[in-house]
Design a binder for this molecule. Structure first.
Ligand SMILES: [Zn+2]
Length: 71
């Protein structure tokens, strides 16, 4: 059974918040939403949709895009 997927929003300029690198995939729990890089579609994170992830940027190590989690 596949997890639902959601594409993250790309930021051209990273903000002042914390930046984490992925992949390797950030997995908080199983049976959650797959968050994909908005540029290349690589799975970056598994997390609950209602998890507080505001002001966190995920730097895609595959394509170099900065993905905002507050979209
Ligand atoms: Zn990417």
């Amino acid at each position: 059974m596949d997890n639902p997927q959601r594409r993250l929003r790309i930021l051209k300029e990273p903000g002042a918040g914390p930046i984490i690198n992925a992949p390797p995939v950030i997995a908080n729990e199983s049976h959650t939403i797959d968050f994909l890089c908005g540029a290349c579609g690589t799975v970056l994170m598994h997390a609950h949709h209602n998890q507080p992830l505001h002001h966190l940027l995920i730097h895609c190590t595959e394509c170099g895009a900065n993905n905002a989690t507050d979209a």
